[in-house]
Design a protein around this ligand. Structure first.
Ligand code: SF4
Length: 438
């Protein structure tokens, strides 16, 4: 038996890219390659890049440069891989460049430069594949690409139109993850509520039952597993209303990550966003009536080309009315290749920064009020980390890496990451909650 080739791996960008990395790594492991923790020790390095905004492009090019300096043999994949000329201009010595979610092409490039070890005992896909997230939570990617054409975004040109994974495939991946110890599934895609649209919501037979390829059916099935299910990147289409009763019933977490981007209809039209402000507000009101505990997270952009002071005021009115729990806000920055770059009336940088600060000041107060409203509540939390003097956990309203945490002071025995415990919330600060076990 020959010694397995060693591959170094760097994963950049968003959770969706992380899922791609996990798939590529799983395939490498299945073929018998070893994954090297250091560049120097590796036979070659694969860099999975991000090309979403200019800062990500720069970070990706730097990571490629670093891998070339340390190892010399580098294969590039991921979103930035769709801009091969740019990569080759900066780093002519890269061995191969493949695009986003081109799993087979990456593996072909790996085979060409580092033939796989011929060992029948390693030719097994390890269940559940390689995870880059801690063992107790995992991202579950349900589709690729997007049918929208938001003018600030180049994802459809990088990743193509919506391509949903078959329901049975997603569910068996979820089952394998839960069997291997995952206690929280984070459903991700570019447009989660559109799941199944490209497949015309076809009915598949899954575990002997006919099930429609729709988010509602998927959520119901995931809700049967002994793990939390959290939905990300859900657009407020009417069909989303059908998910809220599942949250009220406790089947899936009462949490929705809904990227709304703006509160002015004029700016939303310039962004070519699929949403109208008034409808969104009434929809949010209806959701809260059905599921009062729902946590709503969103992201917004200020300083989009053409945004007037009046548009910005409408955005502030919107967030004051919507009273969302968790909010991210970004000052608009042009992305190379985006349609929005052709729009007139760009907003000066100092105006963008001023609007961002005003927005965040108002939202910080709303978020604080919302956290204050949780004091006295009893809720389950999932433990992320047990430290010497406290537990770091998350409640139903806290997605990993982007939201706050729940801190439980004291020295604890007999608990471990991935355990659920029940707590009573005793306090809060700007982002986090404090609690004690019930
Ligand atoms: S919905 Fe818009 S922002 Fe989201 S991936 Fe599709 S085009 Fe980009």
């Amino acid at each position: 038996m020959t010694l397995p080739g060693k591959i170094g791996f760097v994963s950049l960008g968003c959770p969706k890219n992380l899922v791609d990395s996990e798939r590529i790594l799983s395939q490498m492991r299945a073929e018998g390659y070893a994954i090297s923790p250091s560049y120097a020790d590796a036979d070659l390095v694969v860099v999975n890049t991000c090309g979403f905004i200019d800062a990500a492009v720069e970070e990706s090019l730097d990571a490629i440069g670093e891998a070339i300096d340390a190892n010399g043999r580098v294969i590039v994949t991921g979103c930035l891989g769709n801009r091969e000329a740019e990569i080759r201009a900066a780093h002519p010595q890269v061995l191969a460049v493949t695009g986003a979610h081109a799993y087979e092409a990456v593996m072909d490039a790996v085979h060409a430069h580092l033939p796989p070890p011929d060992d029948p005992f390693t030719n097994l896909v390890p269940a559940p594949g390689v995870q880059l997230t801690p063992r107790h939570y995992a991202y579950l990617k349900i589709s690729e690409g997007c049918n929208h054409r938001c003018t600030f975004c180049i994802i459809p040109s990088l990743r193509g139109d919506l391509l949903s994974r078959p329901l049975g495939e997603v569910l068996s991946e979820a089952e394998r993850l839960v069997e291997s110890g995952v206690r929280e599934l984070l459903v991700v895609s570019q447009d989660t509520s559109a799941y199944g649209l490209d497949l015309r919501y076809r009915t598949d037979i899954v575990n002997g039952r006919p099930l429609e390829t729709r988010l509602e059916a998927l959520a119901r099935e995931l809700g049967q597993l002994p793990a939390w299910t959290r939905l990300h990147y859900v657009y407020p289409y009417p069909s989303v209303d059908r998910l809220i009763p599942l949250m009220a019933e406790g089947l899936i977490l009462p949490y929705l990550d809904v990227p709304l981007q703006h509160g002015s209809e004029r700016i939303l039209r310039l962004m070519k966003r699929p949403a109208a402000t008034e409808k969104v507000l009434s929809r949010i009101r209806a959701w809260r009536e059905i599921c009062p505990d729902i946590t709503l997270r969103s992201t917004f952009i200020v300083g989009f080309p053409g945004e007037s002071e009046d548009d910005f005021d409408q955005l502030l009115e919107f967030i004051q009315e919507a009273r969302l729990d968790r909010v991210g806000c970004f000052a608009y920055s042009p992305v190379e290749g985006a349609e929005a770059n052709k729009l007139p009336d760009s907003v000066p940088e100092e105006v963008k920064q001023d609007r961002l600060a005003r927005f965040m000041e108002i939202q910080a107060e709303i978020s604080r009020d919302k956290l204050a409203g949780r004091v006295g509540q009893i809720m389950p939390v999932l433990i992320d980390e047990v430290q010497s003097d406290r537990i770091v956990a998350r409640g139903p309203g806290d997605a990993p890496e982007i939201d706050g945490v729940v801190l439980i002071e004291g020295e604890w025995e007999d608990v471990a990451p991935g355990d659920f415990i029940e707590v009573s919330v005793t306090g809060y600060d700007e982002h986090d909650l404090y609690a004690e076990p019930v």
